[in-house]
Ligand binder design. Structure first.
Ligand SMILES: C[S@@+](CC[C@H](N)C(=O)[O-])C[C@H]1O[C@@H](n2cnc3c(N)ncnc32)[C@H](O)[C@@H]1O
Length: 197
């Protein structure tokens, strides 16, 4: 890792360099189990996958008739995501989460390894953008990474910090332990669903 040139995860080049060198320790290599369970129990939702990386979830949801869109600001991530999405490649787009505009009102934002990819100082902006993109009743669901190591990414959060970040605009309606975590997240992530107030 020491010879990576890019050190600022707020820049697309940071992520490009890691995707181009296949250094992606956050990558699950497939669709996580809790999302499969959530999708099986839900009607199709208009869904955004921000910071999608390989975007395995995009094809999974699209194949079940969900109106899902995946975005990432790293050209290398988008290229990989489009390849893996196959016939759904047009649903993987290069865009900055803070600037992207939905074509239709979103019903779900799926979170996995996006908040924790951001320096902690950015978290209020991420939470504000989630709230801006979701109307009352819409959902923020996915994996949240709990840790207090000072260095990242991944930058972990505490439950109290997460509550403080989201309490003004969301209420937590599901919070569950997960199985099948990859090593970087093992024992430190939970599946959560938050409803926009
Ligand atoms: C740790 S990776 C996670 C990728 C994917 N969600 C996964 O679980 O494998 C974080 C991703 O967020 C993307 N990203 C970071 N900041 C972004 C932003 N402002 N807008 C869009 N994508 C962003 C990065 O390019 C990177 O692909």
């Amino acid at each position: 890792m020491a010879d990576f040139l890019q050190r600022d995860p707020q820049l697309p080049a940071f992520w490009d360099e890691r995707f181009e060198r296949s250094f992606t320790p956050w990558d699950q290599g497939g669709v996580p189990q809790a999302l499969r369970g959530f999708a099986a129990a839900s009607a199709p939702l208009v869904t955004l996958i921000p910071g999608c990386g390989s975007a395995y979830e995009l094809a999974f949801l699209a194949e079940q008739g969900w109106d899902a869109t995946a975005i990432d600001f790293s050209p290398a991530a988008v290229a990989l995501g489009k390849t893996l999405a196959g016939p759904h490649a047009e649903r993987v787009n290069q865009a900055d989460f803070f600037l992207w505009q939905p074509a239709r009102p979103l019903q779900l934002i799926y979170e996995r390894a996006f908040l924790c990819a951001m320096p902690r100082a950015m978290w209020p902006q991420v939470a504000a953008r989630w709230a801006e993109l979701l109307a009352p009743g819409a959902l923020l669901a996915g994996y949240f990474f709990f840790d207090d190591a000072p260095k990242g990414p991944p930058f972990g959060i505490s439950r109290a910090q997460l509550d403080a970040l989201l309490a003004a605009d969301f209420s937590c309606i599901a919070d569950a332990a997960v199985s099948g975590s990859i090593p970087v997240f093992a024992g430190k992530e939970r599946w959560m669903v938050w409803r926009r107030l």
